[in-house]
Design a protein around this ligand. Structure first.
Ligand code: GLC
Length: 550
């Protein structure tokens, strides 16, 4: 093996003065499940504040918090009934201010989850909108008259199953909901809606939050004529019914980009803030949300390492976790990236099965090394730093996932379980029974045990973050693939000062690697791994310092 390029070229752009959201690591917290300070079994803002020392110890640079706004909870907070307050189950505005201050004091940013595509049906805007068609707020949502036979305006389907339309009388019309009927879609073609969301963003930015993750940003652009979605030609018996149609007109239309630009322009009114976009599309379409002249999301989320069912694909596109598969994913993503755009990676979020459940405990370690060494901003889902697993299928909690109610899609709550802090009662998450059971009774998966064990995944995760901080090559350097033996993914991260090689054995058998005269500085096998070494154990990964000169 030689250190020469076999794919992407090395001379890629290295940002000279990278922004915090380029150099940093983002950590997603699901507020229901991080820590319960109030003692009601549900996580809350004070609980998060009580663990700010943990976040600082980990070394993450920003927290992305799933929605904390008042919500009836039909979709666990993704159905917002008031954009300018905190849901009492999570605390108060005061608690949010305290959390921002506590995070900023240790140099950690806070990113809120903004849901502009839809509100709750209990939002006052919708309550006015539904009254009658002459109400000034009527057009804030997507209403249509019934067809002559009384049927829904078109064939669009909800992500949570069934028609995307519900009839209400008054006003004697159908309204659109891309998700649950309790989540009516806002009409983004109405300037009043745009202005109202702009004001909501300013409200939070003025309070000092550092940016937003924009929920389902690619759904903001619908076909203005609301044409029927076409049939999916390849649909066959055995596939879920909701795949019978291609979502060609109900999402990812050109106006989504106008709206994304508009949202970005609001973020840009404030210095040093970030806009992340949720775009569950294949990479070549997702990167369109960087925008022409990079004027949309700073980071359109890249789901290529997870499993994604893009709008019109028939089969789940599951990341192929072989060396060849991952290299192809990385090179494809790098190749479709617009010039000057900044990449990002994640292994999952609150909508996906946990990475340790998908890959198994051994590969969970090498997966974290991949996430934290690829070029681009990594987003880590809380608990993955412990190798936390999904709760067993069929686990029931105090609330249910509307997506699972379709019977066709998985229950997402199994990956949103309470953080296991200690080996004590309720995992130290809460003084009372949590809203949803702890995923596993394996005490090795607690923060307490892993903090005490220098060989734990938690320590590896932290060491990787520290390495990124110490080496600009890892944080912001260019990427190029290196030739590697079978099962091994090898790449270089290059920076004018120093370069780093990463070798990840994604197979079970030992493999020889070429250190290119460099020195192993970290191994997934733990602090006691012998170094320097030329043989990688099964599923072992290493980071190697090499000279940058060539
Ligand atoms: C996004 C969220 C998901 C939610 C949906 C509707 O995909 O990540 O959890 O159900 O939007 O808001």
């Amino acid at each position: 093996m030689e250190g020469r390029s076999i794919g992407t070229e090395r001379g890629r752009w290295v940002p000279e003065s990278p922004a915090w959201w380029q150099r940093g690591v983002i950590y997603q917290i699901y507020p229901w499940s991080f820590a319960d300070a109030s003692g009601d079994g549900v996580g809350d803002l004070r609980g998060i504040r009580d663990h700010v020392d943990y976040l600082a110890w980990l070394g993450v640079d920003a927290v992305w918090l799933s929605p904390i706004f008042p919500s009836p909870g039909v979709d666990l907070g993704y159905d917002v009934s008031d954009y300018r307050d905190v849901d009492p189950r999570f605390g108060s505005l005061r608690d949010l201010d305290d959390l921002v201050a506590a995070l900023h004091a240790v140099d950690v940013r806070l990113i809120l989850d903004l849901v502009p595509n839809h509100t709750s049906d209990r939002h006052p805007w919708f309550e006015q909108s539904r009254r009658d068609r002459t109400n000034p707020r009527h057009d804030w949502y997507v209403w249509r008259d019934p067809r002559p036979d009384g049927a829904a305006p078109n064939n669009w389907e909800s992500y949570f199953g069934g028609s995307a339309w519900t009839f209400l009388d008054p006003p004697g019309r159908w309204y659109l909901h891309s998700f649950d009927p309790g989540q009516p879609d806002l009409n983004w073609d109405n300037p009043g809606v745009r202005d109202a969301i702009r004001d909501v963003m300013r409200f939070w930015l003025d309070r000092g939050v550092d940016g937003f993750r924009i929920d389902v940003i690619w759904l903001l652009g619908k076909d203005p004529e609301l044409r029927d979605n076409p049939p999916n030609q390849g649909w066959r018996e055995g596939l879920p019914d909701y795949l019978r149609l291609r979502r060609a007109y109900s999402e990812d239309g050109p106006r989504a980009h106008d709206h994304a630009q508009f949202l970005r322009s609001v973020v840009d009114e404030y210095p040093d803030r970030v806009m992340i976009g949720e775009v569950v599309l294949p990479p070549e379409r997702a990167v369109a949300y960087y925008g022409t002249d990079l004027l949309e999301a700073h980071l359109p989320h890249n789901f290529a390492l997870t499993e994604v069912r893009p709008g019109d694909a028939l089969d789940l596109v599951v990341a192929d976790w072989t060396a060849e598969g991952i290299r192809a994913i990385v090179e494809h993503y790098e190749a479709v990236m617009p010039e000057g755009a900044w990449p990002n990676w994640l292994l999952g979020d609150h909508d996906f099965p946990r990475v340790a459940s998908r890959l198994g405990p051994e590969r969970a370690r090498v997966a974290q090394m991949l996430l934290l060494t690829l070029r681009g901003t990594p987003t880590c889902y809380y608990g993955d730093e412990l190798g936390l697993v999904d709760a067993p299928p069929g686990t029931r909690g105090a609330v249910t996932d509307p997506q699972a109610a379709t019977g066709e899609e998985r229950d997402r709550l199994v990956a949103r379980t309470p953080m296991p802090w200690t080996t004590g009662p309720n995992g130290g998450f809460s003084a009372v029974e949590p809203w949803y059971p702890i995923a596993s009774d394996d005490q090795a998966l607690t923060v307490e045990r892993q903090r005490a064990d220098p060989g734990s995944l938690l320590h590896l995760f932290r060491a990787l973050i520290r390495l990124r901080r110490e080496r600009p090559a890892l944080a912001v350097g260019a990427y190029r693939s290196l030739l590697a033996p079978e099962d091994v993914l090898s790449f270089e991260r290059w920076h004018p000062d120093v370069a780093v090689h990463v070798h990840l054995n994604l197979g079970p058998s030992p493999r020889q690697i070429d250190l290119a005269g460099g020195r192993v500085v970290l191994s997934t096998a733990g602090p006691t791994a012998p170094a320097p070494k030329v043989t990688l154990g099964g599923y072992e990964g290493v980071v190697v310092d090499v000279s940058a000169s060539e």
